[in-house]
Design a protein around this ligand. Structure first.
Ligand SMILES: Cc1cc2nc3c(=O)[nH]c(=O)nc-3n(C[C@H](O)[C@H](O)[C@H](O)COP(=O)(O)OP(=O)(O)OC[C@H]3O[C@@H](n4cnc5c(N)ncnc54)[C@H](O)[C@@H]3O)c2cc1C
Length: 430
């Protein structure tokens, strides 16, 4: 087996040792693919993108087979920060400048739909995943206050979005027990959830609707109309690549524009008074380029995400890597134990917008959510299902935006990114 992000860090066919896996409701086994089978659509990858596509395609009556190298929700979808944010990864003000007001608005509408789709799937299929409202964006430098105020006014006034409000220094320090933040914005329509239980719930709904899922079925080759694993093949006129950060070498044209990076989370032991750390049980993400993000778990732990690396290996001591930024934000947790620490691989693009593409006839690819995939990957699956059904207008909003390649191509992008990130990491400290 090649050593890559699909194989290097976790036991093959087993979930990462996360708090999510320890608290998952059920993890039913699905047999590997054996032999050749036919379907209308073959989906590679059982994360939010692939599972949402499978469910939406089944709702349209398509015969769907999902192939997953490890387990349902094994990838980023089962181990992320669980934040369902508004908008794209890039602010609307910045999007208006780079793409123009019309395109920026279309992208905002897609993002609004992504939140609505997640919430309605959870309600419709009764997915028990601790969905709770509120995301607070926290500014770690006083100089970011003006920018934050302007973005809030833009969203309130021009985007008719009343759910976000500016939070000043006094208030943020009551909401979050850290003197590291100077202002922020509270978005009450954004939300947070148990990421693995959400993925498992999507899979349950897709299966119930008639989709077939094969786990421990790594796809080794994709050609027009045919998808191969070591033990079998699926013949299908439509193929969807939904592998995001774990795509590895499966499709070279996507790999030039979408780059894997690793990110890490730690779960503390249950805190004696969780509300003393985050008063209102909202999720928090901060303004650092290498973002810190955190929230409370249902059982009163702090789930703290922070730190990145590039290349296929996770650091040997993930808890130590995350403890450092955690203590910078919350020095009062110096004696708090870390019970779980894990890493995951996501995919970023140069401009931080999702990457939708048609690498070959009959093959679609969705990926590159740049840390904003809880909503956007779920929506991407739905948009791919629309495109497969011949209604590609919304898929094409993203597919038609010209996308920059990473400098250096697939070979040099990791070292160049490491340099860039070192620079941005330094800037975070200024
Ligand atoms: C630590 C971390 C924290 C994050 N926090 C947030 C957050 O708070 N909010 C947010 O919006 N986003 C967050 N993200 C990003 C988000 O998790 C992803 O954007 C999203 O889960 C992508 O979903 P996906 O289905 O496209 O990919 P994944 O969930 O990664 O699924 C891809 C699947 O494809 C499978 N696969 C790959 N190659 C093959 C193959 N050859 N054959 C068969 N199967 C294959 C993999 O095994 C994997 O299960 C975070 C990511 C990480 C890693």
């Amino acid at each position: 087996m090649p050593l890559d992000v699909l194989t290097a860090n976790d036991r093959p066919g087993h979930y990462a040792p996360s708090w999510y896996a320890a608290t998952a409701h059920t993890m039913p086994d699905h047999p590997p693919l054996r032999g050749e089978r036919h379907a209308d659509v073959c989906i590679v990858g059982a994360g939010y993108s692939g599972l949402s596509a499978a469910l939406h395609l089944r709702e349209r009556g398509y015969d769907v087979v999902v192939l997953e190298a490890h387990r349902v929700g094994w990838g980023a979808s089962g181990r992320n920060g669980g934040q369902l944010g508004s908008g794209q990864r890039v602010g609307q003000g910045e999007l208006e400048t780079s793409l123009g007001v019309g395109k920026a608005r279309l992208l905002w509408e897609l993002a609004e739909d992504s939140k609505a789709v997640v919430k309605s799937l959870i309600a419709r299929y009764a997915i028990d995943c601790d969905l709770r409202p509120g995301v607070l964006e926290a500014m770690h430098r006083p100089r970011f206050e003006r920018e934050m105020r302007e973005e809030v006014v833009l969203l309130n006034d021009r985007y008719d979005y009343p759910y976000i409000r500016f939070v000043d220094c006094d208030e943020i320090r009551v909401m979050v027990a850290s003197d590291g933040y100077h202002s922020g914005a509270l978005d009450t329509d954004a939300a947070h959830l148990h990421s693995l239980n959400y993925a498992l719930g999507l899979a349950g709904a897709a299966l119930e609707a008639g989709a077939k899922i094969h786990e421990r079925s790594r796809v080794t080759r994709v050609t027009e109309g045919r998808v191969e694993t070591a033990e079998g093949a699926v013949v299908a006129p439509h193929i969807l690549l939904a592998c995001n950060g774990y795509l590895c070498g499966l499709e070279g044209s996507v790999a030039k524009r979408v780059m894997p990076i690793n990110n890490f989370i730690a779960a503390t032991e249950p805190l004696p008074d969780p509300a003393a750390i985050i008063r209102d049980d909202v999720a928090v993400c901060d303004s650092r380029f290498v973002v810190n993000y955190f929230r409370l778990s249902r059982d009163g732990r702090l789930l703290f995400g922070g730190g990145e690396n590039y290349g296929y290996r996770f650091p040997a001591d993930i808890a130590a890597k995350v403890r450092k930024p955690m203590l910078e934000v919350f020095p009062q947790l110096a004696d708090t134990k870390i019970d779980y620490a894990w890493g995951g691989t996501l995919a970023i693009t140069m401009d931080r917008l999702p990457h939708f593409a048609r690498p070959a006839p009959g093959i679609l690819s969705v990926s590159g959510y740049s840390g904003h995939g809880v909503g956007m990957a779920t929506l991407a699956g739905k948009l791919a299902s629309e495109a497969i059904a011949g209604q590609a207008e919304r898929f094409d909003i993203l597919a038609n935006i010209p996308r920059p390649r990473f400098p250096g191509g697939a070979a040099l992008r990791a070292p160049l990114l490491t340099l860039a990130m070192l620079w941005y990491g330094l800037r975070d400290r200024l």
